[in-house]
Write a protein that binds this ligand. Structure first.
Ligand SMILES: Cc1ncc(COP(=O)(O)O)c(C=O)c1O
Length: 389
């Protein structure tokens, strides 16, 4: 039996979503074609757009379908940077934090290397909380040189939540657009794009019971950005290419279910997570619970285990049928401590020994108990193996 506690990496495709996906895959027609087959697919696509817009509380025209979270982040960051630079060449500063996902960090660093961007990484405390007073002070002095602020709604490794409405409130005084990677947050926290005041927000389907390879960038009607791909001018000219109606349909359905179930699921998963945290701390007093004093998502538990490597723990748990993670799946297999913990000021030694358990729609009490049963032997083995030299 496999126990899956890695919902932040990806989630099981919901049965209803699978059925919807397969049904629409069989429909012939390009949504841009004028004939009735094309228009039928177009209607399905636009229904999906409307439904997704309801789930994230935005206008249907603000939904730009993409191939996933990574593309959405790239489109937002590069697109907003190029737009702002084109309007005013001295606006070259991008503000973000070292705790972001690589889908945000890497495009920013690419712009620094290839396109004259300067980066301000905001200070982050040991709990994973970003210093927004620093942001306010910096903008009061240098707002004229800032292109864009990009900060994630909730951290995919630690589960720590950032006060995005406050970020927007600070940046808005200077007319600076804010993008948020809400990929870890959407489906786990109540979100409203309309109320957030964001210029753009990234979401991804496979984190909420939808298919891999489906995402969206929500772009407010007032926001302009330069497209990364040029072609047929689909999706308000921001993302050319034949639109993928089956994937959009499946994504919209997954989002609808996740949002409808949000409140009871948050309560249910919080209970399971709190039980897991308490029990881990009693089994392993060396376990340090990350971000315990910060505001955190209710389905995430993140620990550092002193004196051992998270990779050893992961491997030894996997041998007992338990799937967990040390951090972002995109970084798995990359040797080195978690960049998120390092950005929080943790020593490399400390950051090596991290383990993330994330729960979701199919998680049960039995899963948690099986994990807790497997943990002591895995921990003993990982402590024996020690840290990489
Ligand atoms: C916070 C965050 N941003 C971006 C991504 C990338 O999303 P995708 O896998 O849809 O490209 C992920 C996926 O792990 C994520 O957790």
């Amino acid at each position: 039996m496999t126990v899956y506690l890695d919902y932040a990496a990806t989630t099981p495709l919901r049965k209803e979503v699978f059925d919807c996906y397969v049904t629409f895959l069989q429909q012939l027609g390009n949504p841009s074609s004028v004939h009735s087959s094309g228009q039928k697919v177009r209607r399905a696509l636009e229904e999906a757009r409307e439904s997704l817009a309801r789930s994230v509380d935005c206008n249907r025209n603000e939904v730009i379908f993409t191939s996933g979270g990574t593309e959405s982040d790239n489109l937002a960051i590069k697109g907003l940077y190029w737009q702002r630079k084109a309007e005013d060449d001295k606006r070259n500063i991008i503000i973000s934090a070292g705790t972001e996902h690589h889908a945000v960090i890497d495009p920013i660093e690419w712009l620094e290397k290839h396109d004259g961007a300067e980066i301000l990484w905001l200070p982050v405390d040991s709990e994973g909380v970003i210093d927004l007073d620093f942001l306010a002070t910096f903008l009061s002095e240098k707002a004229d040189s800032v292109a864009v602020v990009t900060l994630m709604w909730a951290n995919n490794e630690t589960g720590v939540i950032t006060d995005i409405p406050r970020v927007v409130e600070i940046a808005k005084q200077y007319g600076i657009p804010v993008h948020s990677d809400a990929i870890a947050a959407f489906g786990h926290l109540p979100l409203s794009f309309k109320d957030s005041g964001l210029a753009a927000m990234s979401i991804s389907a496979h984190k909420i019971g939808g298919p891999v390879g489906a995402g969206a960038l929500l772009v407010s009607r007032a926001t302009k950005l330069v497209s990364l791909v040029h072609g047929g001018g689909q999706e308000r000219g921001m993302r050319s290419g034949t639109m993928n109606a089956p994937v959009a349909k499946a994504f919209a359905l997954a989002a609808e279910i996740a949002v409808n179930e949000l409140e009871p699921e948050m309560q249910r998963l919080k209970k399971l997570r709190d039980y897991l945290v308490t029990e881990v701390q009693s089994i392993a007093p060396v376990a340090k619970h990350t971000g315990s004093k910060a505001q955190r998502m209710s389905h995430n538990a993140h620990f550092t285990f002193e004196g051992c490597s998270g990779d050893s723990l992961l491997f030894l748990l996997d041998q007992q049928g338990i799937c967990v993670s040390t951090g972002s799946a995109c970084q798995a297999g990359v040797n080195g401590p978690s960049h998120v913990l390092v950005a929080m000021g943790r020593s490399s030694r400390d950051a090596y020994g991290c383990l993330r358990m994330t729960l979701g729609q199919e998680s049960t009490q039995e899963d948690i108990d099986l994990f807790l049963k497997a943990l002591p032997a895995a921990l003993e083995g990982a402590l024996k193996a020690g840290l990489p030299s």
